[in-house]
Ligand binder design. Structure first.
Ligand code: 5RP
Length: 266
């Protein structure tokens, strides 16, 4: 791996080989997502806990302080909104020149395996990898499921993750699922887990994150289950302990409760 690529990755993946990226890119197709209406206010108390921020250039420029930002993973794909007929109809929306100007640590884009625009999204990935390799920029491929959350099975996610890696992604972001080891073991590049829609219970989130880490994920790219939570700092602190300190689900729950108490929340 080239020096520049290694240097960029080291801003995101810490010395223990693990990472916690905070994604706030949801507005690129969902508009003002709940609790992300004012992204600057949402992330202010969380920034020091994030190893990376997954964000579009618009939000980056408007609300993120360049002097206090963690490593940036720039969302560079888009072109369909939540009300469009097909979410998979994406292209690359941001040039590599812009990525360099913004001094990003990586870029991220979605692939939609099995969807109407599968071919287009995979070709997007191949071309983006070619261009980014030229400048030493890592590419995180997001295995998107669109509105079909039930697609999150080991068989499907292993297929998507492997294809993304074959196309040259540096890191693959996918969802946790039962038998997650099948996803990780079939993917020759590091895997990070997204959280998906806000879960019913906190323990559920601690449990799947713990399981995914045990099964070989290198970390998280997890948003809604942090910033849509009434106690986002406590949540992120507890999840961070699972990622970076290998704590158990029970210990994470205790960290969460202690942090909540510290913040004066019941
Ligand atoms: C949405 C994304 C998000 O970055 C990804 O889904 C992670 O966020 P969450 O934990 O909220 O699912 O790619 O465009």
């Amino acid at each position: 791996m080239d020096w520049g690529m290694k240097n960029r990755l080291s801003r995101l993946v810490k010395e223990d080989g693990r990472c916690f990226f905070l994604p706030i890119d949801h507005g690129y197709f969902q508009g003002p997502t709940s609790k992300l209406e004012k992204p600057g206010e949402t992330i202010a108390p969380l920034m020091h806990l994030a190893d990376g921020l997954f964000v579009t250039r618009g939000v980056l420029r408007s609300v993120v302080d360049p002097a206090a930002a963690p490593g940036i993973i720039l969302r560079v794909s888009g072109g369909a909104s939540v009300i469009s007929p097909d979410l998979s109809n994406e292209v690359i929306t941001t040039s590599v020149e812009e990525c360099l100007r913004l001094n990003v640590s990586a870029v991220g884009m979605s692939v939609f395996v099995g969807a109407e625009y599968e071919h287009q999204s995979l070709v997007n990935l191949g071309k983006l990898v070619d261009e980014c390799n030229r400048y030493g920029i890592p590419v995180m491929a997001v295995t998107a499921v669109g509105k079909e959350l039930e697609k999150r099975t080991a068989r499907y996610l292993a297929l998507c993750s492997r294809i993304a890696a074959e196309f040259g992604a540096t890191i693959v972001k996918t969802y946790w699922c039962e038998d997650f080891d099948k996803v990780v073991n079939g993917c020759p590049v590091p895997v990070v887990m997204a959280g998906g829609p806000k879960a019913e219970t906190d323990r559920e989130v601690f449990a799947f994150v713990h399981d995914g880490m045990q099964k070989g994920a290198i970390g998280l790219n997890l948003g809604r289950n942090v910033w849509q939570h009434p106690c986002p700092v406590a949540m992120m602190t507890a999840l961070r302990a699972i990622v970076h300190q290998n704590v158990s689900v029970k210990e994470a729950d205790k960290i969460f409760k202690d942090e909540k108490k510290k913040a004066g929340q019941k």
